[in-house]
Design a protein around this ligand. Sequence first.
Ligand SMILES: [Zn+2]
Length: 169
Amino acid sequence: MADLNIEKYGSQILRQKAEPVQNIDGKVKKIIQDMFETLHKNSGLGLAANQVGILQRLVVLTNPNTNQDMAFINPEWKEVDPEKEIGEEGCLSVPGIFSKVNRFQKIQVTTQDVQGRQLDFFADGLLARIIQHEIDHLNGILFIDRLSPTRRLVLANKLSRINTNGDHE
Ligand SMILES: [Zn+2]
């Protein structure tokens, strides 16, 4: 297993759209295993493949309700209720920055697991927030993109100090 390097704000790969996974082969399983190790080592809630420099639609996370590790392959979500909720978010790719983000409170998730089984389930609260945050990554979107222009302006100085290749100064 390997602890992977995390791409930081400013890195182009965080702005690209990840490609669907065609075959869940040994290589994909190894990436997932490495992503879990990286997630745990950095005490993150979730991690998308873009964040470790891989443009494939893969997400790993720890379900905050059950503490269970989950790997999603080609995940998608849709809202089931227009209700949104504000909650604080941070991101391993945007170190040192935390801000409140408005997200759908309840969503329906469709994904494949590592065995290639199709999963279809509802998620709410923090789990729904993590899933929306991670699938945003697969589409080249960061949580800071979802903040108001005023809030982004407040954070601009901090953002400019993030070193793309290393850690926060
Ligand atoms: Zn993130």
